[in-house]
Structures are given as C-alpha cells and as structure tokens.
Design a protein around this ligand. Sequence first.
Ligand code: SF4
Length: 386
Amino acid sequence: MSQVVAIRGPKAPLHRGGAIDLREMSRTELSAFLTRKLGMPRFRGDQIFSWLHKHRARDLQAMTNIKASDREKLAQATSLGHLTVDQVHRAKDGTRKFRLLTAEGFALESVLIPNDDRGYTQCISSQVGCALTCAFCATQTLGFSRNLATWEIVDQVYQAQDLLAAEAEKTGQKWPERVQNLVFMGMGEPLHNYNQVKRAVEVLTDDMGADFAGRRITISSAGLVPAIARFGREGLGNEVGLAISLNATTDKVRDVVMPINTRWNIATLLKTVAEVPLHRRRWVTFEYVLLAGVNDSDDDARRLHQLVAKMRCQINVIPFNPHPQAPFKRPSKTRVKRFTDLCRKLGLRAFVRTPRGDDIDAACGQLALKGGPKPGSLPGSLPVVS
Ligand code: SF4
C-alpha cells in the first residue's frame, strides 16, 4: 500500500489585513458592508456592484452616479486592486495565454481558448501554484504559494474581456468577441480554495454583474473528496458543472499519477461524485489524460467503463501534452483512437480533446510560468508575443 501523501500548505497567507477589496464581496455582502459599516443607502450596493462587475470600472472616479462624499468614504475604507498583465502569448490556433502578477509579484496564468463560433473558453487559475502533486502536471513543480482571492479570480476574466474589447477597437470590429465559457482548470485545485471559488462563481453569475450562465461554468477537481462532498451538499452541482480529473483505473497507477489518491482512493472518490446532486441536464465530466504505456491499454478502457458506467457522465480523453517536468509520453494517434473507440463501443460518451495552445505551453497540464517574471520587476506595458 502506498504511503499517504501530504497536501502542501501555502507559503503566504491569502489576506494580509488592510482595507477590504471591493470585489472581494458578493452583491449581498457588499450591500450589507456599505449600509452597516459606511451608512450608505441600500441601493448603493447594487449600483457599485454593477460598476465593478458589469462596467468593469477600474477606479472609483469612473462611478459617475455615486456622489462624491460616498466615493470618498469608499476610498477611505476599501481598496480596488487589479492584477498586472505581464505578458500575453498567442498560439498558432488563436489560443492566448496571459501571465498575470499579484500585488506582491506572484505570477499566475490564465488561458483563452477560441471556440468554433468566435467566442472563447477561459481556463482560470484558482491558486498560485498548487498544493497537490499530480505527476503529469507542470504547475505542481512550482510548489504552492497561496490561494487567490475572489477578486483575483474574477479579475482574470475581466482582464481577458478588456483585452478582447481593446482588440475589437483596434481592428474596427463592432462587437468584441466574448468569453463564453469558464473552466476552473488553470493553476491550482479549485476546491482546495473552496470559499473564494464559490464566491467568485456567485459574483460572475450575478445578473447585475458579468451575468455568466452557471451552465457555462465548470469546476474541475483532482479528487479532494471532502470538498467534493461539500460541493454536493451546498447544491453547487445544480449551478455549475463538475469535472473530475481521473487519469487512472487502478489505485496502483493513480497513487503514482495523482498522489492525492493515497488519501482518497478511486472507490471513495467515485462514490462521493455519484452522490453529488446535479442539474437534470448536467453530466459529470471525467478528464482522462492518456499517458503512453501507463493508463492507455484496452484493459484500462474496460475498467474505466466498469467504474463509471452507472453515472450520467462523459469522458474527455486528453492525449498527454509532453513537457520537460514530467516523465511521460503522449500515446500514438492510433492508440488514442483505439482507447476512445473501445470506450464508445462499451457505451461511454467519450471525446478526444485535442491539445490547444501547446506551442506556447498553454495546453492542459503545461501551465508553469515558463520564462516567468522575477518578482519586483514588473513591466509597465503589455507585450504581445506571437
Ligand atoms: S493537475 Fe491540477 S490539481 Fe493536479 S497538480 Fe496540476 S494544477 Fe494541481
């Protein structure tokens, strides 16, 4: 039996005290804060929330229908931070990878992937680095610096929307392309930063703000069982999609590929996932990174079927994206096809996900700040590297 692997703790705390960031609160929390702490009328909460999340106001001066004395109170009691966009890399297939910096100089990445119909799916980070140690993933080599705050999670989306708006203006497009789908599959295990991720979803789906439909948001987990159970208990499965990064069909292999399995094995994970109440139109997605000679055999396909056949689910087969930090190889196209075909023949909904943005290390499992900035050397401009 494998030794139980520890989950790493953060190097830095999330909050360092000081004024609360205005985008750290849901609309309800913001209204309560403004009325109770600053003595403002109730409707101010909706107005300010709308400025922050619908109009993406970058400072208090932009809030022209808020009277000057209230703006002054806000300036005294709150802050309004923004991540610094350090670089935007553009891949041949149109994928863009953003490198963003927190106030103290931690770097994180967020990826915009073009959809077929002109919009984008954005892959969002929830932590700086990651507390888990999945063997195929470049992010885990960074260690775990800290959780991202709610405002740092939503700011990734707003920075992407601002970039698309700026591009549209530059090219004379009447309507900017849109971020249509959000997936919490960037750096970090989203459910390890549960409270911030949950609040970010609440903020992003608020119809007085960015107004994303819950069905267009997916949260992915590597198998943090207590948090998946909480996700189910709190009814999040009725609002957003759930993806589980499975990647093996035996505990022996999963213990190595995803050491979190030494704490919560496949049977425990799948039992917990099966108990999550889902919206009637929702399916659980199982991500399955296909590693040559490790988890890609016909027997693996058969075992995968036995494990998940009773669930309303689909399988995303992801051929491994090679990178120097992982000792795995991508299976041949023939093997990927055979594995997927066998899954289908057995009755599973299985789809091959072709890597996007792999020429700029933006594909699944490749986010590792390659060539990243040194803390403290923040450039002021926005270089776009093609
Ligand atoms: S795959 Fe996800 S959960 Fe696993 S180490 Fe990488 S970022 Fe963390």
